[in-house]
Design a protein around this ligand. Structure first.
Ligand code: HEC
Length: 131
């Protein structure tokens, strides 16, 4: 009898951990994988992401030259708040340069195409959206 009680009790503890504590702790961890993809992809060459404590990297000489080539300069936005237009167009398509989005009065494709896997792209987008 005592054995059964112990068994039932340990099942209860198990379900409590899986159903209650685990989701809470997962919800709280920040998306470290997404942050790593962001930094590894050098998104911070152009963007700051202040709500995540990411500053824009200092500009290298060749980045300056790249800008000058394009004639017109547009400051890449800080990513702490995303513009709805990009979200509606589909961030996945935008980051792969498959769609152009109206931004500051002009239809634009993103400067950089994301070259990683689809799974990484999804993790990255979750990170951008604070998930
Ligand atoms: C060479 C500079 C450059 C790099 C590198 C770059 N971006 Fe951008 N990004 C821009 C510019 C400029 C815009 C403004 C819209 C446009 O011109 O496409 C933009 C727009 C965006 C937007 C929409 C902004 C908003 O307000 O909603 C997102 C999201 C974004 N970039 C994410 C990324 C991610 C993620 C990476 C790394 C994989 C990255 N960018 C790398 C220049 C860059």
């Amino acid at each position: 009898m005592k054995q059964i009680v112990t068994k039932v009790f340990s099942y209860l503890v198990f379900f409590f951990v899986v159903l209650v504590l685990l989701p809470i702790s997962v919800g709280r961890t920040d998306n470290a994988a997404g942050k790593k993809i962001f930094l590894d992809s050098k998104c911070n060459k152009c963007h700051s992401f202040k709500s995540q404590g990411i500053q824009q990297l200092p500009k290298s000489a060749d980045a300056e030259a790249e800008d000058a080539d394009e004639g017109e300069k547009i400051d890449p936005p800080d990513l702490s708040t995303l513009d709805d237009a990009f979200v509606k167009a589909g961030l996945d398509k935008f980051l792969k340069k498959q769609v152009a989005v109206e931004y500051k009065g002009k239809s634009r494709k993103h400067k950089k195409s994301f070259t990683g896997s689809d799974a990484d792209l999804k993790t990255l987008i979750d990170f951008l959206q604070g998930k």
